[in-house]
Design a protein around this ligand. Structure first.
Ligand code: ATP
Length: 336
């Protein structure tokens, strides 16, 4: 069991306050992802939960126990960092077994656990190799395996995939999601900059901004019902289109938000906006058109299928889908 609760948690480095009063509950068995701009405090929050940093004020609870003063090795957590170090002279098997050997576990228990973790991560055929004989993704999986064999109650991941190339990121992301499904009462907290990782791995995402929680919710909730302009602009790629001033149509609405996939190209008679296609990006399965409608920035429109390059320079008529408009008031909060 590991329900993690933060109550009014603050952290200062000298006079510089980085975490400014965070209340958050991470449920047992949950995959929670922390996202937010660089410097907002994601890694610091993870380090407070791990015990690598001391909390300045507030309470950190694991289930009903206050763990502020419990040393890291007694918190039942395992951490996987962006940069990880395997013992270069030890085979994969011994890298995986090392922590348990130190803990003086029974030899057959160690063997069972190492093989189970290796199988789960599909590195069981690599147990006799040395780290230098592995690819980057395989090494990262050994690092994850080393955390798994310790049988932690809580996993903390700090951008574990950011050193990998695109294809390996996808493969390793699946490996991270898998143990979560296989060990359904393990709690995972994961820091990332990567939108796709956040949206695909998370049960819930916590959006942090300047040391406070901006919104917590499922990926779909954050995508569909962002509670501020900030979250609307932060979650989703490409970024939500924002229109202000005369383009914001409703009374009291200062910012209108509409996602790229919620704008249709229509006949001129049905147009809300008209503009010129100034740029396009082709992703193969779908494409983005950047349309200058006279607002501060071009409006991005997502369409399925391959790009017709003849669209560049054309004038198009656009209509946002009314049911998918996001209207924000002067306080940047949603209206209605
Ligand atoms: P990034 O996405 O860039 O990794 P982050 O959201 O993880 O950023 P943190 O690493 O938690 O942000 O840092 C938050 C703030 O705290 C930053 O302004 C950072 O400079 C500061 N900070 C972090 N650790 C220390 C420290 N040991 N001493 C002083 N300031 C620190």
């Amino acid at each position: 069991m590991a329900n993690i609760t933060l109550k009014a948690v603050r952290k200062s480095f000298g006079s510089f306050e980085v975490i400014k009063g965070i209340d958050l509950e991470i449920r047992k068995g949950e995959f929670m992802v922390f996202v937010g701009p660089s410097g907002c405090g994601k890694s610091t929050l993870l380090r407070l939960i791990s015990g690598l940093e001391e909390i300045t004020s507030g309470d950190l609870m694991f289930d009903d126990a206050r763990v502020n003063n419990v040393i890291p090795s007694e918190r039942g957590i395992a951490m996987v960092f962006q940069s990880y170090v395997l013992y270069p002279h030890m085979k994969v098997y011994d890298n995986l077994a090392f922590g348990m050997k130190l803990g003086k576990r029974d030899k057959s228990e160690i063997d069972t656990r190492v093989r189970k973790a290796a199988e789960m991560l599909q590195i069981d055929h690599l147990l006799d190799r040395l780290p230098r004989q592995l690819s980057g993704g395989q090494r990262q999986r050994v690092a994850i395996g080393r955390a798994i064999v310790r049988d932690p109650r809580v996993f903390l991941f700090d951008e574990p995939l950011s050193n990998l190339d695109a294809a390996l990121r996808v493969a390793t992301r699946l490996e991270i999601a898998k143990p979560h499904h296989d060990m359904n009462d393990v709690t995972m907290i994961y820091v990332t900059h990567d939108q796709v990782e956040a949206m695909t791995l998370a049960d819930r995402i916590c959006v942090l901004r300047d040391g406070v929680v901006e919104q917590v919710g499922t990926p779909a909730e954050l995508y569909e019902k962002p509670n501020s302009v900030f979250v609307a602009g932060f979650i989703g790629s490409p970024k939500m289109n924002f229109l202000t001033g005369t383009f914001a149509d409703a009374v009291g609405c200062t910012t209108l938000g509409i996602r790229a996939e919620h704008i249709d190209i229509v006949d001129q008679a049905d147009a809300t906006w008209t503009g010129t296609v100034v740029h396009a990006e082709d992703l193969g399965s779908d494409h983005f058109l950047f349309v200058d409608i006279g607002a501060d920035e071009p409006v991005v429109v997502r369409r399925s299928g391959k790009l017709d390059t003849g669209m560049l320079g054309q004038v198009v008529s656009l209509r946002p889908q009314a049911e998918n408009l996001h209207r924000f008031g002067p306080d940047d909060k949603p209206l209605g």
